[in-house]
Unconditional design. Structure first.
Length: 133
């Protein structure tokens, strides 16, 4: 089974998945949980939000976790506010922080910042998808 053949091209489905990831990112940290795992879902919120926008503009994108690579694909007609570029701060949460010993532990402050960025970018993506529908 090819991933490409299974990918939905509906931006609304990608945003629905982004919202689901944000919900998971915002759960209360269980007693033995790690902020790294919640931050992974914050990164996924951003990644899926950016991919929804790219789909809306019919821009093909690779299956990548590199948020800068996705932002680089944005057409010039998309007005990308400077604060949206904060997305790249979440890149490490896609892979590196999910494996023991590869990075330092994520602090609660870093986690809260990841949530703030994810919420902002999801809201921005939703506004773009709604404007273009």
């Amino acid at each position: 089974m090819s991933l490409d053949s299974e990918r939905s091209d509906a931006p609304s489905q990608w945003l629905a998945n982004a919202r689901a990831d944000l919900a998971l990112a915002k759960v209360n940290l269980p007693p033995e949980g790690l902020y790294e795992h919640l931050c992974f879902h914050a990164e996924q919120t951003v990644e899926k939000s950016l991919k929804a926008i790219l789909l809306k503009y019919q821009v093909d994108f690779p299956f990548t976790h590199n948020l800068q690579a996705l932002l680089d694909l944005f057409p010039e007609e998309i007005n990308t506010p400077p604060e949206i570029l904060e997305a790249v701060e979440l890149n490490p949460y896609a892979v590196a922080t999910r494996y023991p010993g590869t990075t330092e532990s994520v602090t609660e402050t870093e986690y809260r910042e990841a949530i703030r960025i994810a919420e902002r970018i999801l809201k921005w993506a939703e506004s773009i998808i709604q404007i273009k529908d």
